[in-house]
Design a protein around this ligand. Sequence first.
Ligand SMILES: Cc1cc2nc3c(=O)[nH]c(=O)nc-3n(C[C@H](O)[C@H](O)[C@H](O)COP(=O)(O)O)c2cc1C
Length: 312
Amino acid sequence: MQYYFAPLEGITGYLYRNIHHKHFPGIDRYYSPFVVTRDGGIMKRKELRDILPENNREVTLIPQILTNHAENFLCAAETMYELGYQEVNLNLGCPSGTVTGKGRGSGFLKWENRSKLQHFLEEIYQYAKPKISIKTRIGWEDPEEFTDLLQLYNTFPICELTIHPRTRTEMYREGVHREIFRQAYKTSVNPVCYNGDIKTEDDVRELGQEFPQLSSVMIGRGLLSNPGLVSRIVGKDTGKQELEAFYYELFDAYQQELSGDVHLLHKMKELWIFMAPQFTEHEKYLKQIKKSRKLSEYETVVRKLFYEQELA
Ligand SMILES: Cc1cc2nc3c(=O)[nH]c(=O)nc-3n(C[C@H](O)[C@H](O)[C@H](O)COP(=O)(O)O)c2cc1C
């Protein structure tokens, strides 16, 4: 089984990816948070910096593109190809209203956009230089929409189809539709990768038992909560000490990168929402972390959490 770290916009930027890889080896591929194309395919400088090879030397990175405009996709894909990327990923899953409202991400999956999607895929698969993988939800509002979508996907040489078996309207609620993934596992002509709600070693094991031919799994929030999840699966014994070393290196890197304590605190609080539940009796610490207004207060709580509690 290959293990992929899912793209998590605002969190898994290049600093996070590199430091994660250093402390918790075992991830086969990291996916960049989506890069939005603009006319002429020009990306924001910050987005470009995130995918520059010199910032991703130690990890295998697949850059992800979010657009519904074939020409812009092709320009961005060409830039990425020139940077050395042999594969790019198309985002057909983002559920955010600002994205779907423009017919991008999972908004591109709406039935009314189907012929536009088909035309878009025809263009990009005909002309793109790098290989194209797709990360998709199973539809806009009804899981059954996926039957038709999969038929469409089956007409293109998608190098890997990562399926997050939720519709857009489900956002991140209500569990996942494993039965829909099973259908794709059986009938996709392209290789499939599973994504969604994999949080523990048992989840990975059960997935492998249910889908013995599955060659890859993509994990997002499960790795944010437990950054050592995959390292443990591949046989590296990781615990609180490794987590602490990872955390402090990340904190130092963000402190250097971000201007001002407010940004740093915001970034770290977001991380702790995922990481804190790994600790015994974490509730009161998380509450204090969230309440911290000064960096010194925040640092004291985190130090106490590492000192006083164990991984649950
Ligand atoms: C904060 C956050 C940011 C995300 N950013 C992206 C993104 O940039 N591109 C993308 O394809 N998916 C994005 N996702 C979706 C995840 O990659 C993943 O598909 C989803 O969280 C389900 O997998 P999980 O249950 O393993 O987390 C994001 C999810 C979250 C919670």
